[in-house]
Design a binder for this molecule. Structure first.
Ligand code: FAD
Length: 417
């Protein structure tokens, strides 16, 4: 089934009876060439690119719940390529390029909206840091414009520019950044993978990883044993638990991150705005809700819900930046489980077990990474070699100390440094 304007019109005139399911609901087969554990954005994108770019078909994605029920459907949807360090810079640039052709490629409306991202700065020192970051972005081939205070005022006049503690000095503007509809990305990749023969198996929890003589041979699941030539672990907040099934202890902590949405309002915020000093960021959804969030809850947890101190912190930061937000009523808040790595950068790598591969450590920034991560992980799984854009995401950097990528000089948890 392909989507097109003509198809929408025809279906609208004929009672919408011609639409079919986006993907099959297959029974698991006894064996696959490749098993992907985790049907989030990264797992589904990996399966899609394995089929599309490498011609592999005998693949299963095993998801313990439903497709897109994890963080890929819980995030605040920001897509950007404004990273500064070598290693990260080229990877997120690669991912943004894939985003830009994604809707045509998947024939699916993921509502990718390049409305621009403004990172505010509030001191001379922070301006210097953002100027450096902007130069790195431009050198990488991406776009960055350093705005002074008036430049920010033209784009976001509703900010409190003269806040006593955090006066706005200016901002780093990234016009190609923006947002996308989070679960549509999962659905688009799922549909594309299914069309190419990948089995997407929901309600199938992996409970064990079978290893013989240092080589992976398959997985145990709530729907029986499945043999596999290769296994990819792509389970975000559950990475440590699933890796432990293979006897591995990962340098990953799982933390809660919360997000919030208000009642629908008329359009007022037409870019993404981030307030790093207060740890707050905001955009407005196409339905009109103000979508915003802040820092992680700062304790390890597998509960996908948050606590009140973090709620208070986010609301305070929002009020400091844009007092008008106090008039909006918050409708909902929710949490997701973040796979926090020590240096804030991810892992896309082999493990010490032959045939077992790992994709994790996305912290609170893995939504924008979905296309790039799937593309690079598929390359690694299919060829055995790291993709050039993800060459520095090695697991052993935490043991050797070589190649650490500490994006902000603070590690992954700003408040603890
Ligand atoms: C509140 C919030 C806001 C965020 N905002 C942004 C943002 O604005 N921009 C951005 O870039 N990123 C953001 N993120 C981060 C981003 O959502 C994640 O980094 C990314 O979605 C993680 O990858 P994923 O999509 O594959 O994870 P998930 O969707 O969590 O997928 C992992 C899947 O693995 C499955 N699984 C786990 N264990 C097993 C098992 N044993 N067997 C089978 N399946 C299993 C889970 O059920 C889950 O579906 C945010 C996250 C949250 C929570």
């Amino acid at each position: 089934m392909r989507f097109s304007g003509l198809r929408v019109l025809t279906e609208g005139l004929t009672g919408n009876r011609g639409w079919t399911a986006h993907w099959r609901d297959p029974e698991p087969k006894p064996a696959y060439d490749i098993v992907i554990i985790g049907g989030g954005g990264h797992g589904l994108a990996t399966a899609y690119y394995l089929a599309r770019e490498h011609g592999l078909r005998n693949i299963a994605v095993l998801e313990k719940g439903y497709l897109g029920g994890g963080n890929v459907g819980r995030n605040t949807t920001i897509v950007r390529a404004n990273y500064g360090l070598p290693g990260n810079s080229e990877f997120y640039s690669h991912s943004l390029t894939l985003w830009e052709g994604l809707e045509q490629e998947l024939n699916f409306n993921v509502m990718h909206s390049q409305r621009g991202v403004i990172n505010l700065f509030h001191s001379d020192g922070q301006r210097d840091a953002y100027a450096r970051r902007g130069n790195a972005m431009v050198n990488q081939g991406d776009d960055a414009i350093l705005l002074d205070r008036d430049g920010v005022r033209r784009l976001a006049p509703y900010l409190d520019f003269d806040n006593g503690r955090f006066p706005v000095y200016g901002g780093l503007y990234h016009p190609r950044g923006g947002t996308a509809r989070h679960d549509a990305v999962a659905w688009g990749y799922a549909r594309g993978a299914d069309q190419r023969g990948v089995d997407l198996i929901q309600n199938c929890e992996v409970t064990g990883i079978d290893i013989q003589n240092g080589k992976v041979t398959g997985v145990q699941t709530s729907r029986g044993a499945i043999r596999a030539g290769k296994v990819g672990i792509v389970v975000a907040g559950r990475s440590s638990q699933v890796a432990a099934m293979a006897g591995m202890r990962l340098p990953i902590e799982s933390h809660v991150l919360q997000a919030f949405v208000t009642e629908g309002l008329k359009p007022v915020i037409d870019t993404v705005v981030t307030f790093g000093m207060g740890h707050f960021y905001i955009s407005q959804s196409d339905k009109g809700g103000l979508v915003f969030g802040g820092d992680i809850d700062m304790y390890a947890s597998y509960a996908a819900r948050g606590n009140l101190p973090a709620v208070e912190h986010v609301m305070e930061a929002g009020m400091a930046l844009m007092p008008m937000i106090g008039k909006a009523r918050v409708l909902r808040s929710w949490g997701g489980i973040m796979d926090m790595s020590p240096d804030g950068s991810p892992v896309i790598d082999r493990t010490g077990i032959e045939g077992l591969y790992l994709n994790c450590g996305w912290c609170y920034g893995g939504f924008k990474a979905v296309p790039g991560s799937g593309h690079c992980f598929a390359h690694l799984l299919a060829t055995g070699r790291p993709h050039a854009a993800a060459a520095q995401f090695r697991l052993d950097r935490f043991r050797t100390g070589a190649g650490i990528m500490d994006e902000e000089g603070t590690g992954a948890q700003h408040n603890l440094h």
